[in-house]
Ligand binder design. Structure first.
Ligand code: 8YV
Length: 325
């Protein structure tokens, strides 16, 4: 008998087709965002779920879904999973890492360049019909070439971002839970490990790429923003909640830092409305991994994990391997 799975969000039809060769499916191509109660109901009688960050998998849910064996996130981040609760309920949790590293690194650079060189701000101004002459001081921004890049969170995406900086002749500082091996530092454009405070004070541009957890909540708040250069540019392609958005708004308004590029927000898809009033912020709707190839690869990776877990035994990207033993 085929296992039953829920695909909790709309995904590529070719991935649905692949999954239908292995499972009895309930899909959600209308892309309804389920409330916790609806998710619980949809999961009755299901052994697996393919989901995204919008599905909160916690003890409350798992206490009411006794047949569930595996949850597979189409995301590298898994802060929507309570891993301990998954393990307690013997539910295997999987994510989809690696396939998005290079695409996400490309986007971090797009956001950094757009923010430092005021691309969207000047485009809005042009579209509004204000351009009547060239000016020597029109939209002066910050250089990337020859500057110092600070990366907080030096995992696989952070290292991919650092590698790209060699073309700009930049110096790279990084801060991370643990120091990289010397050969990894060399490959990441000779990145130098420093304390968070040193990085904040020395970097011209700072990119955040660390996972969200209670430990990384508000890694950047008022105290950290105060350590940054007034000319600094801050980029967040990691998760909302890593930055204290209210403190950031105050820093952008008062000129404590020059500008920010944000792909993620506290409470997204809602975000603080004051961001819309600030010219020195570039805002994008959580699209860092959004190239067609990469999103398809992420969906296939999440599907592979489900197929392996329910049909073959051991998925490649298990977050709580203790469930298997
Ligand atoms: C996803 C992401 O698109 O992988 C992640 O952790 O943030 C994005 O690439 C998003 O989380 C959808 O689940």
């Amino acid at each position: 008998m085929q296992a039953k799975i829920l695909i909790a969000r709309a995904i590529f039809s070719e991935v649905i087709k692949r999954l239908s060769d292995h499972f009895e499916l309930e899909s959600n191509q209308e892309d309804v965002i389920f409330t916790p109660e609806e998710l619980r109901q949809r999961l009755q009688g299901k052994q697996g779920m393919l989901c995204t960050a919008s599905a909160k998998v916690n003890g409350d849910l798992l206490a009411h879904t006794p047949e569930l064996k595996v949850v597979s996130n189409m995301a590298v981040g898994y802060d929507n999973f309570d891993l301990r609760a998954c393990t307690d309920h013997k539910v295997l949790a999987c994510n989809s890492p690696d396939v998005l590293n290079e695409t996400t690194a490309d986007f971090a650079w797009a956001l950094l360049m757009a923010t430092a060189r005021r691309v969207t701000e000047s485009e809005h101004w042009l579209r509004a019909g204000h351009w009547d002459r060239w000016r020597y001081d029109g939209f002066l921004g910050a250089d990337l070439h020859g500057s110092t890049l600070g990366i907080i969170g030096m995992g696989r995406i952070g290292q991919a971002i650092a590698r790209r900086s060699s073309g700009f002749g930049m110096q790279v500082l990084y801060h991370n839970r643990s120091r990289l091996l010397p050969e990894q530092e060399a490959a990441a454009n000779h990145a130098r490990y420093v304390s968070k405070a040193e990085l904040l004070g020395a970097a011209d541009h700072i990119i955040l790429v660390l996972p969200y957890s209670p430990n990384t909540h508000h890694t950047i708040g008022a105290a950290e923003l105060a350590l940054m250069k007034p000319s600094a540019v801050l980029i967040n392609v990691a998760r909302g909640g890593i930055v204290d958005d209210i403190a950031l708004i105050a820093a952008l308004k008062s000129g404590k830092i020059a500008a920010a590029g944000l792909d993620v927000f506290e409470n997204e898809p809602k975000f603080h409305p004051e961001f819309l009033t600030l010219p020195n912020v570039v805002l994008t709707p959580h699209i860092a991994s959004a190239s067609r190839n990469t999103r398809l690869a992420m969906a296939n990776c999440a599907a592979d994990n489900l197929i392996a877990a329910l049909c073959k035994g051991r998925p490649q990207n298990v977050l709580n391997p203790e469930v298997l033993t």
